[in-house]
Design a protein around this ligand. Structure first.
Ligand SMILES: [Zn+2]
Length: 232
């Protein structure tokens, strides 16, 4: 079990709508909803050590146990905003998917019967990358049992185009941004141009550095044309 400082726990607790019994004790049976910011899927998000993490995952790690590597934390109550640890359990992706399909939350129908990565999984990967659930492409590869190229193509919008379009419309970001969230950063001409584009959009060096996993100075130097100036 992870030990978070009391200060962090207090900050977390101040964002939870705890429910109490008549005797004043916490009611562990009902949902405790997240009152603060949520991602487009309705999951609470919490700022912790310079990154935005999922509130229900934090609640589980703070109150119950570490989340085994690669597992997702599922809601037995099906309420994404809920952070009551008694409604949370770590499950493999497959179990979570079956549960989702049973509950009809995911759209049905898959026209790519032959592809290893189903439409549902493609969508799930994009959403989970956005939610910060994966640290690397290799991790995604392991969970879904598909090749690296499959994931890279998906995150470049080369395949599963209807799904990619749907997710881009939903998240209001190009799918390539998701690629940079999990790809090991490599400074090449493409990356330089992408960074310059973000700079021209007015994003700060520290924000860009955080998103892409570079040092802030690296970004500042690109901004000031101290480094990589030769890239057109
Ligand atoms: Zn709940």
């Amino acid at each position: 079990m992870q030990h978070f400082s009391q200060k962090v726990l207090n900050r977390f607790g101040s964002k939870v709508d705890f429910k109490y019994l008549e005797n004043g004790q916490l009611d562990h049976n009902v949902c405790w909803e997240w009152k603060s910011s949520k991602n487009p899927n309705g999951y609470g998000t919490f700022w912790y050590i310079k990154s935005s993490i999922l509130a229900h995952r934090f609640a589980y790690e703070a109150e119950v146990d570490d989340i085994p590597y690669g597992l997702e934390v599922c809601h037995s109550c099906d309420n994404h905003a809920c952070v009551n640890p008694s409604h949370l359990s770590p499950e493999t992706h497959d179990v979570n998917m079956k549960d989702m399909v049973n509950k009809n939350r995911q759209s049905q129908g898959d026209n790519h019967k032959k592809s290893v990565l189903t439409n549902e999984n493609a969508k799930k990967i994009l959403i989970n990358v956005y939610n910060g659930e994966y640290k690397s492409i290799s991790q995604i590869k392991k969970i879904y049992g598909v090749g690296k190229t499959t994931i890279v193509d998906l995150l470049h919008g080369k395949n599963w185009k209807p799904i990619v379009k749907e997710i881009e419309d939903l998240l209001k970001i190009p799918v390539i941004d998701l690629y940079y969230m999990v790809a090991k950063p490599r400074m090449d001409d493409d990356m330089i141009n992408y960074i310059r584009e973000l700079i021209s959009q007015g994003q700060s060096a520290s924000s860009i550095a955080r998103q892409l996993g570079f040092a802030r100075n690296t970004i500042s130097n690109i901004k000031k044309c101290i480094s990589w100036a030769e890239v057109p």
